[in-house]
Ligand binder design. Sequence first.
Ligand SMILES: NC(=O)c1ccc[n+]([C@@H]2O[C@H](COP(=O)([O-])OP(=O)(O)OC[C@H]3O[C@@H](n4cnc5c(N)ncnc54)[C@H](OP(=O)(O)O)[C@@H]3O)[C@@H](O)[C@H]2O)c1
Length: 311
Amino acid sequence: MAHFLTRVVALCASSLRILLLLSFVFIRICQYACSRVLRTNRRKSVSGETVLITGASRGIGRCLALEFAKHGVSTIVLWGRDEEKLSSVKMEVEETGKARCHSYRCDVGDREQVYRTIQKVQEDVGRITILVNNAGVVHGGALLATDDDKIEDTLRVNTLSHFWTTKSVLPSMLANGRGHVVGIASTLGLFALPGVPDYVTSKFSVVGFYESLAAELRAQDRWDVGVTCVCPGHTTTDMFKDLTTRPLSLTPQQVAEQTVEAVKNNQPRVILPRVMHLTWVLNSWLPSSWMRTVLYVTGAMEDMENFCAKR
Ligand SMILES: NC(=O)c1ccc[n+]([C@@H]2O[C@H](COP(=O)([O-])OP(=O)(O)OC[C@H]3O[C@@H](n4cnc5c(N)ncnc54)[C@H](OP(=O)(O)O)[C@@H]3O)[C@@H](O)[C@H]2O)c1
């Protein structure tokens, strides 16, 4: 009898969990539909803005520069460490004939260098009205196999740099009542995979940074400075080039297009591809053993193991 009752209770508990999961998915769909309707009224133009993009020498950063130029910004400031590649992106932007372009060598992992370079940019170019924190690194390796220096480097470049750049440009955005801060995080900032603990930690922190920045601004009733956090899944750039490309992989161009759209729509969070919303919801609701199965079945777990093995 006791055994029978335990089974009934367990069955009721899992049915309740599934019911709650379905209601949550339903609420998210309604939220999405409402935001689509409301968004048409909130759209803004990026024409005439001055955009600073970190990590603009290649990959997503390069595509962001070209995409912002296409949408009519007046000036684009590129940051990176590889001066040759930066000059080549600068030339590509200038060839479009749509925006002025400047490039600066800056290691965003070095706080003093960030502060010095921002000052120089403001003297040369003027106020930054859109900041895109995109620079990032991944080293790869399990916790015990990763050098302390690499862990610190990941957190400095992927997370701390967002504090330094944002602190530098936010005062002028607030003073002028106009601005937008964008962070390129990752779906690995929403759920974890093994083998990249420093990267996952840095991206969870980035997601938290933009949530807290938005909360802080809205608490001060400041709606004139937008905040957007973009969480792309696997994108075909140099960063995860050792990962097997899957049908759900994105191109850097797709990430750039969706990022500019999100800025124009004042969208606080973008998860790409959209189906990844499901993984995020499942991660919050499913028991962790089930979630592991989902990640195995989709091949994500195996992908990351192969990626780390090649490092
Ligand atoms: N690729 C993916 O699958 C994927 C998925 C989700 C999120 N993301 C995120 O998207 C962003 C862009 O990545 P990506 O795929 O375009 O990678 P990528 O092709 O490797 O480009 C990384 C960029 O970051 C710059 N960078 C790295 N360390 C830097 C430092 N210390 N100071 C200044 N710039 C630095 C690099 O410039 P230099 O070499 O010139 O320094 C380069 O321009 C990253 O934040 C990444 O975490 C990527």
